[in-house]
Design a protein around this ligand. Structure first.
Ligand SMILES: [Zn+2]
Length: 357
């Protein structure tokens, strides 16, 4: 069954494309629209029968748009909770609330304006894809890949910024020493910080995929010299497989914190805000002795993507709608992705929107 949006109240109608500039689309987005496009290209595209691989690609891309809708719905609900914290990042959280709320379609191309914030689930899906393009080949070429986790004891909110600096500095000292001694660290480093709701403290840590078990052992030994209060048992070394490598590429994504006491995962806006303020401007990923392929880790504010599965139209504006949980064409009532949220996601959204602090 085709999902359509039936408004319960009158909507801000977009009757013609000439009115789009009055709508909430960023002016730069409007500037990027060519005023004329060759119509025959659309006709050709419609006449061409889809190839087998083409239709597979289209199906896969259909899933991509559905996943984007899922990210958008969850990210938007979280952003609103973060806005309520009223921190210095308030405006940035609003930007995430509005991230890719309007999608502009020309032909099969979708253009959106992104917030580029590292807590945004929509932007992080793009970043993760960019990281995989940039690093998967160099990482998979490493010999004897080891997944190493380095931590310090958990700390209260006020000590997070200084602890993150100390950890980065210590790692820099270790890297230089290892290079000097003739066994440089080769791989990729990721910085993460999680929140422990049971103890109301923070757990900053580094994950690495690096070459060689000897260097993995050395790096832990050296880390414990730098942080004598850190426990050996809290550090971790294990052989890296494809799953752990892919896990590493997930961009700073753990915004839900699990209580060991209750077993429940919860979103803690104040704690997340502490982490986002402390990690602002710090590098999440750092390559060490590997050459990244020429792909930008970051994303452009305005980005366009072709979606083969879409029906080509001259121009359409799709607006995110919180009731439809989809981007809706207000002229036709059509829902763009046809995403049907599973009960689990609906439950999470309901929870995020009703919990008050
Ligand atoms: Zn975003």
């Amino acid at each position: 069954m085709i999902k359509r949006f039936i408004p319960s109240k009158p909507l801000p109608m977009i009757k013609s494309t000439s009115q789009i500039s009055n709508h909430q689309i960023h002016h730069k987005l409007v500037e990027s629209i060519p005023t004329k496009r060759p119509r025959f290209l659309d006709t050709l595209a419609q006449l061409a029968p889809p190839s087998v691989s083409g239709s597979y690609e289209a199906q896969k891309q259909g899933e991509t748009l559905k996943k984007r809708a899922r990210s958008k719905a969850i990210s938007r609900a979280k952003a609103l909770r973060l806005v309520d914290v009223n921190s210095e990042l308030k405006q940035a959280y609003w930007n995430t609330f509005h991230c890719s709320s309007v999608l502009l379609q020309e032909g099969k191309k979708i253009t959106a304006k992104y917030c580029k914030n590292r807590w945004c689930d929509v932007c992080n899906r793009i970043r993760t894809a960019n990281l995989i393009k940039g690093y998967l080949v160099p990482i998979s070429e490493l010999k004897d890949k080891q997944l190493v986790t380095l931590t310090i004891p958990n700390i209260p909110a006020g000590e997070l910024p200084i602890s993150l600096s100390a950890m980065s500095d210590a790692l820099s000292v270790i890297r230089k020493a290892f290079t000097r001694r003739g066994y440089p660290i080769i791989g990729l480093r990721k910085m993460e910080c999680t929140y422990n709701p049971d103890e109301n403290n923070f757990h900053p840590h580094f994950h690495f995929v690096i070459e060689g078990i000897d260097n993995a052992n050395r790096i832990v030994d050296e880390w414990l010299m730098q942080f004598p209060e850190a426990k050996r048992v809290a550090q971790d070394i294990r052989p890296a497989d494809n799953n752990s490598v892919m896990e590493l590429f997930k961009y700073f994504a753990k915004t839900m914190a699990k209580s060991k006491k209750t077993g429940q995962s919860e979103f803690y806006p104040e704690a997340m805000d502490v982490i986002f303020r402390a990690t602002k401007g710090r590098r999440v990923f750092q390559p060490m002795g590997i050459a990244k392929l020429d792909v930008s880790e970051d994303i452009e504010e305005l980005q366009s993507q072709e979606h083969e599965e879409l029906e080509a139209v001259e121009m359409a504006a799709w607006n995110w709608n919180d009731d439809a949980l989809d981007w809706v064409n207000y002229t036709t009532g059509e829902c763009l992705t046809q995403w049907k949220p599973p009960d689990k996601v609906l439950g999470l959204l309901e929870h995020l929107m009703t919990v008050s602090n």
